[in-house]
Design a protein around this ligand. Structure first.
Ligand SMILES: [Zn+2]
Length: 339
């Protein structure tokens, strides 16, 4: 084995490298010192000797400074950028099988064979995409689960890289995404106990590698809170629309504004009063409490009419026979009721 090891500043002075925790960076250097002449190493011993933790290793894997293989072998991805080992000193790795799974990219970094083939346009629909629909369909979780749970993690830290997770508009890299602890491709289910929420970047890096539970406990807790909330957010999923045909509510300018709840347009108030067995005051006070709820929690809904409708459904029975409706006439472009 060659006796010298080098580290290219192109890698170890990069922002991506420097923003990792010190302990992960230290582990990287230690592994670099102890790897064989092809950059392969079984990291456990080095970790034990240097006091590095599984988390330190995980960060390196997630950030793809290391690539992993079954059996706990890893390779330093940028090995060939760091080191140029003289031929007479070079001794090939004993992890030949793993080495054969790698390609050397133009920039001299290692990558897994499958990824380049996919990128080069060889058409191969991944298994997970074909089966995703089926697996989601069999899940006990509702259609709106993914959206709501990701939403609940905005502003929280990714359990792998500690970046603050955001929504789509903020930054693509740190969008909160669903991670299946046992991947769907490996028989994992789209069920609560198999789900963690991590950032987009980490999700991409993990591909379909199984992980530990990560923040699954938080996911369970958040979801329990969501389903126990007294209010149901409007579901625009297909299932909901089908159920709600009768009470289908159109999205228009009026009901997409929170003000809708403060001043329910008289024609809609009339309609609701007609449908639910309660007096108008009960409807306006329900709307008022929803208004206060949305304001205090900073909640934004797509359709406040539907929000109110769903809340009323929970609180009041529907009338068996509609009351005699009063006439609503447009006066100066405003709906007005004639008693
Ligand atoms: Zn992350």
């Amino acid at each position: 084995m060659a006796q010298r090891r080098m580290f290219s500043p192109q890698i170890v002075s990069s922002e991506e490298f420097l923003t990792m925790p010190v302990s992960s960076r230290e582990l990287y250097f230690q592994l670099g010192m102890n790897a064989d002449d092809d950059g392969f190493i079984q990291p456990k011993l080095t970790m034990k000797l240097t006091g590095a933790t599984d988390d330190d290793l995980k960060v390196l894997l997630v950030k793809r400074f290391l690539l992993s293989f079954d059996g706990g072998v890893v390779v330093i991805k940028h090995w060939l950028i760091h080191n140029l080992i003289q031929k007479d000193r070079y001794r090939e790795t004993r992890f030949i099988e793993q080495k054969n799974m790698l390609l050397i990219k133009d920039n001299r970094s290692y990558t897994e064979k499958g990824t380049l083939e996919l990128k080069s346009g060889v058409k191969k629909v991944p298994f997970w995409r074909e089966n995703r629909k089926k697996i989601m369909g069999e899940s006990s979780l509702p259609y709106s689960f993914s959206y709501k749970i990701r939403n609940a993690f905005w502003g929280k830290l990714c359990p792998l890289c500690n970046v603050e997770m955001r929504d789509q508009e903020m930054s693509k890299k740190c969008i909160a995404t669903i991670q299946h602890i046992i991947p769907l491709t490996k028989g994992g289910k789209h069920e609560l106990d198999n789900i963690a929420v991590i950032c987009h970047n980490c999700n991409l890096s993990l591909r379909d590698k199984p992980t530990e539970k990560l923040n699954n406990a938080d996911v369970v807790r958040e979801w329990t809170t969501i389903v126990n909330e007294p209010l149901t957010e409007v579901r625009l999923g297909k299932d909901r629309l089908r159920e709600d045909r009768i009470g289908k509510v159109r999205l228009d300018k009026e009901n997409t504004s929170l003000n809708f709840l403060k001043e329910i347009p008289p024609n809609i108030l009339e309609e609701l009063h007609n449908r639910f067995d309660c007096d108008k005051k009960a409807i306006t006070s329900k709307a008022e409490s929803l208004y206060l709820y949305c304001q205090s929690k900073g909640r934004i809904y797509k359709n406040y009419h539907a929000l109110l409708l769903n809340a009323l459904k929970k609180d009041f029975p529907e009338r068996k026979e509609p009351i005699k409706s009063k006439k609503v006439v447009m006066v100066d472009g405003k709906p007005t009721i004639y008693e």
